[in-house]
Design a protein around this ligand. Structure first.
Ligand code: AMP
Ligand code: FE
Ligand code: FE
Ligand code: ZN
Length: 295
C-alpha cells in the first residue's frame, strides 16, 4: 500500500481547529491514508483519531494513525542589550509508547503550566488595554492543551485584532508585551523524554530557527533521530541544505503540513508538503529498534 501521509497534524486536543474525527474526514477527502497526530504536549487526540479511522467508510482505505507529539522546548538567546530573547524549539516525537508513565507525568505538568501561563498572559492583555474573558479562552481550548492560538482567537473575538498574525505580532510573540515564558525545557531534554518513551525525536520546522544547521548539529550528540525537512516554513534552499546534512549524519528526513486548520494558518493544507517516501518506514524501524533494545 502506498502511503500518502501527513506527519505533522494538530487537533482540538491542542491548538488545532478540527477535532480528531474531523481531521480523519479531511484526510479521507484529500486521499491521505496515514496521519501522525502531533499535538502540543498531549497524546489525547490519538485514541479518538484511531477510533474515527477504524470506522469503515467506502470507498476510502482506513487511515493509519501514528502516535506522535510536539514538545515545546525553549532556548535563551543573548541580545546585544544584555537581555535575553526566548526562542521556541519544537521537537516532534513518533511511534511513542503513549502509556509511558514518565511521558504522561511530564505532559501533565506541561499542560498545567500552559494553563497558568495563559491566565497570566490574559492578565497582561488586560493591563495592555486588550482584555479577553478568561472563561472564553478556556472555552476555546475546549479541554485541550491551551496555547497562545486560543488567546489569539479570543483577541479577535473581542475586536482587539483582526487576524491571528496581528495577535502574535502585537502581543503574543516571544518578545511581545503579553508574552509569559513557560516552564523551561531544553531541546536536549525534549529529545530524551521522547526517546525514553520509545519514540524517535525529530526537530520540527527548523526554518523557524535562526541557525537551523547549528541546532541540528548540536542535538546529534543528544540523540536526535531526524529533522523535518518538508515543512511550509522551510525554504527550498534550506531543505536542500538539510537533506545533505541529514544524509551525512544518518538522520531521518521527515515532513508534514503542521496542520492547524485555515482559521489559524490560512494557507495550511493537510498533506502538503508530503514527507519523503521512506520517512515512515525509517521512523518505524528506529522506534522498533529502540523499544526492543529497552526490552
Ligand atoms: P504556545 O504553544 O502557546 O507557545 O503557542 C505556539 C503556537 O502558536 C504554535 O504551535 C503555532 O500553532 C502558533 N503560532 C506561533 N506563532 C504564530 C503566528 N505568527 N501566527 C499564527 N500562529 C502562530
Ligand atoms: Fe500549534
Ligand atoms: Fe511547532
Ligand atoms: Zn506543530
Amino acid at each position: 500500500m502506498t502511503l500518502r501521509a501527513d506527519l505533522h497534524v494538530h487537533t482540538t486536543a491542542s491548538d488545532g481547529q478540527h477535532t480528531p474525527a474531523q481531521v480523519i474526514s479531511l484526510a479521507r477527502a484529500r486521499g491521505l491514508n496515514c496521519l501522525a497526530i502531533t499535538d502540543h504536549d498531549t497524546t489525547e487526540g490519538i485514541a479518538p483519531a484511531r477510533a474515527a479511522a477504524a470506522v469503515p467508510y467506502f470507498p476510502y482505505e482506513q487511515p493509519r494513525i501514528i502516535a506522535g507529539i510536539e514538545l515545546s522546548a525553549e532556548e535563551q538567546i543573548p541580545r546585544s542589550n544584555g537581555r535575553f530573547s526566548t526562542l521556541d524549539v519544537h521537537m516532534l516525537g513518533y511511534f511513542l509508547r503513549v502509556e509511558d508513565a514518565a511521558l504522561q507525568a511530564a505532559l501533565a505538568t506541561f499542560r498545567e503550566d500552559r494553563e497558568s501561563r495563559a491566565s497570566r498572559m490574559a492578565d497582561k492583555l488586560a493591563a495592555l488595554g486588550a482584555p479577553v474573558a478568561w472563561e472564553r479562552v478556556v472555552a476555546l481550548a475546549a479541554g485541550g492543551a491551551i496555547g497562545r492560538p486560543h488567546l489569539a482567537r479570543a483577541l479577535i473575538e473581542a475586536g482587539h485584532v483582526d487576524t491571528t498574525q496581528q495577535a502574535f505580532d502585537r502581543y503574543l510573540h516571544t518578545d511581545g508585551p503579553a508574552y509569559v515564558a513557560r516552564q523551561r525545557m531544553t531541546p536536549e531534554a525534549a529529545v530524551a523524554l521522547i526517546r525514553q518513551a520509545g519514540g524517535c525525536a525529530v526537530l520540527a520546522h527548523p526554518g523557524q530557527l535562526p541557525d537551523p544547521r547549528g541546532m541540528v548539529l548540536r542535538l546529534i550528540p543528544a540523540g536526535l533521530d531526524g529533522v523535518e525537512i518538508a515543512h511550509p516554513s522551510n525554504t527550498p534552499a534550506l531543505r536542500e541544505d538539510l537533506r545533505g546534512l541529514a544524509h551525512l549524519h544518518g538522520l531521518i528526513a521527515t515532513g508534514g503540513s503542521d496542520f492547524h486548520g485555515a482559521m489559524l494558518k490560512p494557507d495550511n493544507r493537510l498533506g502538503e508538503p508530503a514527507p519523503p517516501p521512506d520517512a515512515i518506514e525509517r521512523l518505524e524501524a528506529c522506534a522498533r529498534q529502540r523499544q526492543s533494545a529497552a526490552g
